[in-house]
Design a protein around this ligand. Structure first.
Ligand code: SAH
Ligand code: SF4
Length: 393
C-alpha cells in the first residue's frame, strides 16, 4: 500500500482522510496540531491519539519532507536549504531573520522564502530560475514541507518553543500562480490556527502577473500580494517578463485594483528589479509615476520595492549602480509613491533574491550537483558544510 504524505493536506483534506479511516473530524485536528504545531512525524509519539488510530496511520500514512541536500548559513544569519525533490530537481527555501538589536538577541521578524515549482515556465530574462526552464510543479506536501522543516529545525536550533517563522513569502523558485491548485491548500495550512496561525498579512504571494489566478486568489484565499512589475511600458515589460504578452500592464493593474477589495493590506507591493541601463533611468521612473497615477485614479494603492539585480553570468545583465537605484526611489517617493530599496541578504551564500538556483544552468547540471552533494554531511547550523568550504575558498 502506498503511504499518503500528510503534509499534502489542509485541515479539511486531513479530515476527509481521517473520515476514510472511520475517524471523527476532531481526530484530524489533533493530528494536524501534532504535525504542524509540534513538528512530530512519529505517530507513536502522538500520545492523545487512540492506539488503534496510530496503528492505522503507521501503515497508511507518513509525514516526510524532501531530503535536505545542503544547508548554508550566511554571515548575516540567513539560512538556505536545498531540498532534493527527485528526478534531478532541487528547490530552495531561505530563512531571513531580522533582529531588533545589534547583538542579534531579539528576533523581530523571521521570514521564510518558499519555492512553488522546480524551475519556472515564465522565463524572465533577469531570473536564474527562469533560465533553467520549467521542470515540474511542487506538490502541496513539498511546499508545506519547506515551512514544516524550517520552523521545527529552527526551534530546535535556537532552543525555543515558540514560533520562529513569522512571515512567509512565496518568492522562491517558480511562479506560485501557475501551480494554483497545490498552492491554495498550502496557504491554508500556513494560515490555519491549528497549523502555523500566520495572519493573511504575513503570507505574501509574489507573481509575475497571472491575471486570472490573481482574480481567483481574491476569492479563495486572499493573502498579501506582491506583483513583479519591472517596467513601466508594455514594450519593455514584454522583453523582461514574457508573460506580459498575455496579460499586459493595464489589465494587470486593473486586476490589482480589484484585488484590493479582498486583500488583507490596503496596498499592493510592486517589485522592480533594477537593471543597469535597461529600466533604471529617470525617464522610466517618470513613465512609472504616470502609469501609477492613471491607475491610482481608479483606486490602485501601491508601494514599490526596488530590488538591486543579483547578477548571474548567462543573463548578460548587470546591477544598477546604487546611486541610480536611490535616485529612482527618490523620484517615486517625491511623487507620493512609498518606495523602499530591498536590502540584499545572504549574498555570500547565493541566497539573495533571484539567485535561488545558485549557479545551476540547466537540469543536467542540477542532476550533477545533486549527485555531488549527496556526499555532503550536514553539520549543525553555524558549522560548515563541505560545499560551503569549497564556496568560501
Ligand atoms: N515567480 C514569482 C515569485 C518568484 S521570483 C515572481 O516572479 O514574482 C521572486 C522575486 O525575485 C520576483 O520579484 C523576481 O522578479 C525577483 N528576481 C528574480 N530574479 C532576480 C534577480 N536575478 N535579481 C533580483 N531579483 C530577482
Ligand atoms: Fe519565474 Fe518569477 Fe523567475 Fe519570472 S522571476 S522566471 S516568474 S520565478
Amino acid at each position: 500500500m502506498t503511504q499518503v504524505n500528510l503534509l499534502d493536506f489542509d485541515l479539511d483534506g486531513l479530515a476527509a482522510f481521517c473520515e476514510g479511516l472511520g475517524e471523527k473530524r476532531f481526530r484530524a485536528t489533533q493530528l494536524f496540531r501534532w504535525i504542524h504545531q509540534r513538528g512530530v512525524a512519529d505517530f507513536g509519539q502522538m500520545s492523545d491519539l487512540a492506539k488503534s488510530l496510530r496503528e492505522k496511520l503507521v501503515t497508511r500514512a507518513h509525514v516526510v519532507a524532501p531530503p535536505v541536500l545542503s544547508q548554508h548559513e550566511s554571515r548575516d544569519g540567513t539560512i538556505k536549504w536545498l531540498f532534493d525533490v527527485g528526478g534531478g530537481n532541487a528547490v530552495e527555501a531561505v530563512f531571513i531573520p531580522e533582529y531588533a538589536d545589534a547583538e542579534g538577541a531579539a528576533l523581530e521578524r523571521g521570514t521564510l522564502c518558499v519555492s512553488s515549482q522546480a524551475g519556472c515556465a515564465v522565463g524572465c530574462r533577469f531570473c536564474s530560475t527562469g533560465h533553467q526552464g520549467f521542470s515540474r510543479n511542487l506538490s502541496t506536501a513539498e511546499i508545506v514541507a519547506q515551512l514544516w522543516f524550517a520552523e521545527h529545525f529552527l526551534r530546535r536550533h535556537l532552543g525555543v518553543e515558540q514560533r520562529v517563522i513569522s512571515n512567509v513569502v512565496m518568492m522562491g523558485m517558480g511562479e506560485p500562480l501557475q501551480n494554483y491548485d497545490r498552492l491554495i491548500p498550502a496557504l491554508r495550512v500556513m494560515l490555519h490556527d491549528h497549523g502555523y496561525g500566520l495572519s493573511r498579512r504575513r503570507v505574501t504571494v509574489s507573481t509575475s502577473g497571472v491575471v486570472p489566478m490573481i482574480e481567483r486568489l481574491a476569492g479563495d484565499c486572499p493573502v498579501a500580494l506582491a506583483v513583479s512589475l519591472h517596467a513601466p511600458t508594455d514594450a519593455l515589460r514584454e522583453h523582461l517578463v514574457p508573460l506580459n504578452r498575455k496579460y499586459p500592464l493595464d489589465e494587470l493593474l486593473r486586476t490589482c485594483t480589484a484585488y484590493l477589495a479582498s486583500a488583507p493590506r490596503d496596498f499592493i507591493t510592486f517589485e522592480y528589479c533594477m537593471l543597469d541601463g535597461v529600466n533604471d533611468a529617470p525617464e522610466h521612473a517618470q513613465a512609472l509615476i504616470e502609469l501609477m497615477r492613471a491607475h491610482a485614479a481608479e483606486g490602485l494603492r501601491a508601494k514599490f520595492n526596488l530590488i538591486p539585480f543579483n547578477p548571474f553570468p548567462q543573463s548578460g545583465l548587470t546591477r544598477s549602480p546604487m546611486a541610480r537605484v536611490q535616485a529612482f526611489g527618490k523620484l517615486l517617493n517625491q511623487a507620493g509613491i512609498v518606495t523602499t530599496v530591498r536590502k540584499t541578504r545572504g549574498d555570500d551564500i547565493d541566497a539573495a533574491c533571484g539567485q535561488l538556483a545558485g549557479d545551476v544552468r540547466d537540469r543536467t547540471r542540477v542532476a550533477e550537483r545533486i549527485a555531488r552533494q549527496r556526499t555532503v554531511v550536514l553539520h549543525p547550523v553555524g558549522g560548515r558544510t563541505a560545499t560551503q568550504e569549497k564556496a568560501d575558498s
